[in-house]
Design a protein around this ligand. Structure first.
Ligand code: DX5
Ligand code: ZN
Length: 220
C-alpha cells in the first residue's frame, strides 16, 4: 500500500469539461480532490465557491480536500461541510481563534487541518499540532497555480516532521505549489506524505499516467 497520497488541484482543471476531469481523477491512482477556494482578499485571486464544490461532489468518488484561502473562514465552515468537504484546511494567518475554527470544522463532521504561508514559522504549530489531522505547508505564495516551487520548503517539512515525531503524532504533512516529479521524492524524504499538484498534472498529455508516475516517484 502506498504511503504518500496524491491530490490533484482542480484549480488547473478544464472547467468547460469539469465532469470529464473529475472522472479522470476518479479512475486514476489519485487519492483526493484538492479544492482551492480564494476570496480576492486573503489572496489576490478569486477562484470558486459552493456551487462548484457541490458539482464536484456530485461526481467525485474520492474525498474532497478543501483548502480555504479566505479571510475569516469561520464564517463559512458549515456551508463547506454541507456541500461535501471531507477535509477542510484553514490558513493560520486567516483566522484569529484557530483552535475554535478547528473545533468548528470537527463539529461539522470534517477532518481539520492548518495551512502555513511560506514564511510563517512552523513553530507556531507547537501547541495546536495534536488537534491537526493535517498540516499543509505552502511551497509557493498562495493565489495562483503554475508558480515555481520554493526550495525553503524542504527544511520546513523536516522541522515539522521532527516536531510531530517528538510529540508522537502521525500528522499528515501536505505540500502545495509547484510540485512535480522533480521535487516529490525529496519532499517525501523530508517528511511529507500528501502532494498536491495542479499544472503538473493537468497540463500534461496523459493526465492519468502523470498521476501514476508522480505517485510511483513519491512512493519509491
Ligand atoms: C495555489 C493553490 C494550489 C495550486 C497549485 O494557491 O493552493 O493548490 O492549485 O498549483 P500548481 O501545482 O500548479 O502549483
Ligand atoms: Zn491549494
Amino acid at each position: 500500500m502506498s504511503k504518500v497520497l496524491i491530490a490533484p488541484s482542480m484549480l488547473a482543471a478544464d472547467f468547460g469539461n469539469l465532469q470529464r476531469d473529475i472522472e479522470m481523477v476518479n479512475k486514476s491512482e489519485a487519492d483526493w480532490f484538492h479544492i482551492d477556494v480564494m476570496d480576492g482578499h486573503f489572496v489576490p485571486n478569486i477562484s470558486y465557491g459552493m456551487p462548484v464544490i457541490q458539482a464536484i461532489k456530485k461526481h467525485a468518488t474520492k474525498p474532497l480536500d478543501v483548502h480555504l484561502m479566505i479571510e475569516k473562514p469561520e464564517r463559512y465552515i458549515e456551508e463547506f461541510a454541507k456541500v461535501g468537504a471531507d477535509i477542510i484546511t484553514v490558513h493560520h494567518e486567516s483566522t484569529i481563534h484557530l483552535h475554535r475554527t478547528l473545533t468548528q470544522i470537527e463539529d461539522a463532521g470534517c477532518k481539520a487541518g492548518v495551512v502555513l504561508n511560506l514564511t510563517t514559522p512552523v513553530s507556531v504549530l507547537e501547541d495546536i499540532l495534536p488537534k491537526c489531522y493535517m498540516v499543509l505547508l505552502m511551497s509557493i505564495n498562495p493565489g495562483f497555480g503554475g508558480q515555481k516551487f520554493e526550495d525553503m520548503t524542504y527544511n520546513r517539512v523536516k522541522k515539522l516532521r521532527q516536531m510531530a515525531n517528538e510529540k508522537g503524532l502521525n500528522t499528515r504533512i501536505e505540500i502545495d505549489g509547484g510540485v512535480t516529479d522533480k521535487n516529490a521524492k525529496a519532499l517525501v524524504d523530508a517528511g511529507a506524505d500528501v502532494l498536491v499538484a495542479g499544472s503538473y498534472i493537468f497540463r500534461s498529455e496523459d493526465q492519468s499516467e502523470t498521476i501514476k508516475h508522480l505517485k510511483a516517484v513519491a512512493n519509491r
